[in-house]
Design a protein around this ligand. Structure first.
Ligand SMILES: *Cc1c(COP(=O)(O)O)cnc(C)c1O
Length: 455
């Protein structure tokens, strides 16, 4: 805040497509999809229309003891597109809460459905995990900078090493390692399954950890182990869901159905705060009983099942269908990989990790030894500031540059994003000027803040 008070803050007033426009009328490419939520661009006409249409009916009515048409219809549509076997939907309003709900459901399920299994209320998670900022989500998270100061408030968990191949904790190399990092996970499951309610994981890509991808076959193996040891698999698809990894959900890449799944961010196309926790009929059945058995799931929020959020989510899913979003994304994913290829040659780019439209570029002080930049160097922040100057908004995680553009980003916008990113990395890491980078010029910078947008 001290810095923010001294800086010239950037105030975003409007947006259009892949661009955000500030109060001065300056346009910026939205390189983070407004922190991983936007899918089809800003001011998307179909989404705008759905929201306005719902406003003419009602903005909100409670979901406690009542229901509403958009929420019913959305639940039906979600069940059609999520991994087969997930048949029940519980709404909430943000990703952290969707995770809290999954954790509470898992614990209560074991109490009610399998009391003979004994108290199962511990969770296993990967190190560097991020599942949100509320206390339960932080308990199953492991990013020291965000989490360590709240330790006294957190419940205890079990943790395992993630498959961080670039800095393998076991000093092995994929694929000759044959995913040896899974062995200790099996050990934990073997030794602790009696107390473990669930294993929570971000499938395919640990995003807030700095984009740490899981090798092919990893998630499938985790699913098998959870089944073998009677531990629920909780997939946190808050970041990976809705096309981000190239398929609708990351679990699909591995043909995996989790027992519980949290979704939010892209659910509304990035328009409204809405979230859902999905589960199987098996778990749902565990909550049925006579009134005086009190088996109900004691959890609800003021804005559960909000009709505006549900309407815009339905429109979001319609866009996926009608505009063939996923089919049209595939060539752009390959294009992104091609555009990033030259960056691997930069002297301070240690690792480039891509999973669909999720990209992490880890900057290092020494490429040979993989020595990280010191935290105080703020190299990620500096690159982001340089990119901002050039018209691209980014939010790095430490020294990892994150690129996560809207799925609707056009090929030319994609080119411009990567070119700016490359030029900004080169400027900050001080590549000799003998190697100038051509940055395509922005399309029609706005000079007047009240002028309507041209694209
Ligand atoms: C963003 C995120 C969350 C938290 O979602 P919020 O809506 O910010 O509370 C949880 N899990 C993952 C994987 C996320 O990326």
């Amino acid at each position: 805040m001290q810095e923010w008070e001294q800086e010239e803050p950037l105030i975003i007033e409007r947006g259009k497509g892949s661009y955000l426009i500030d109060t001065e009328g300056k346009k910026y490419l939205d390189g983070t999809s407004s922190i991983w939520v936007n899918l089809h661009g800003h001011r998307q006409p179909v989404l705008d229309h759905a929201l306005k249409k719902q406003l003419d009916k009602i903005a909100h009515s409670t979901f406690l003891g009542l229901s509403n048409p958009p929420a019913i219809e959305l639940a039906r549509e979600l069940i059609r597109i999520v991994p087969k076997g997930l048949t029940r939907v519980f709404y909430s309003d943000n990703g952290s809460t969707a995770v809290e709900i999954a954790l509470k459901m898992a614990v209560q399920y074991w109490q009610q459905r399998r009391p003979e299994a004994g108290p199962k209320h511990t969770f296993l998670h990967l190190k560097l995990a991020y599942h949100g900022d509320t206390i339960g989500a932080v308990s199953v998270g492991n990013i020291d900078l965000f989490h360590s100061r709240f330790k006294p408030l957190l419940f205890s968990t079990l943790e395992a090493e993630p498959p961080y191949c670039y800095r393998c904790p076991f000093n092995l190399t994929y694929p000759s390692c044959r995913m040896a990092c899974i062995d200790p996970i099996e050990q934990v499951l073997k030794n602790h399954h009696r107390e473990l309610a669930g294993f929570i994981i971000e499938p395919l890509m640990q995003a807030a950890a700095g984009m740490i991808p899981q090798p092919a076959g990893y998630l499938k193996r985790i699913r098998e182990l959870c089944t073998k040891y009677g531990v629920l698999l909780i997939a946190d698809e808050v970041a990976t869901g809705f096309g981000r990894t190239g398929s609708m959900f990351a679990c699909e890449h591995e043909g995996v159905t989790p027992d519980l799944m949290a979704i939010s961010k892209g659910l509304t196309g990035g328009y409204m705060p809405l979230a859902a926790t999905l589960t199987t009929d098996e778990i749902y059945q565990g909550f049925l009983g006579a009134y005086d058995e009190f088996k109900t799931f004691f959890h609800g929020h003021s804005f559960t099942g909000n009709p505006l959020g549900c309407s815009v989510s339905l429109a979001n899913l319609n866009i996926f269908k009608n505009k063939k979003t996923l089919a049209r994304l595939q060539p752009k994913i390959r294009m992104m990989a091609r555009l990033l290829e030259p960056l691997t040659g930069l002297p301070n780019v240690g690792d480039i990790r891509q999973q669909g439209f999720m990209v992490g570029i880890e900057l290092v002080n020494d490429k040979q030894t993989k020595k990280p930049y010191p935290f105080e160097a703020r190299v990620g922040h500096k690159v982001a500031m340089e990119a901002r100057r050039r018209g691209l908004l980014l939010r790095p995680i430490g020294s990892v540059m994150i690129l996560m553009p809207p799925l609707s980003t056009s090929p030319s916008e994609l080119k411009r994003m990567v070119a700016i990113l490359q030029a900004s990395i080169e400027t900050v890491t001080q590549l000799p000027a003998s190697n100038p980078i051509q940055v395509p010029s922005p399309v029609g910078l706005l000079s007047n803040k009240h002028k309507d947008m041209q694209e």
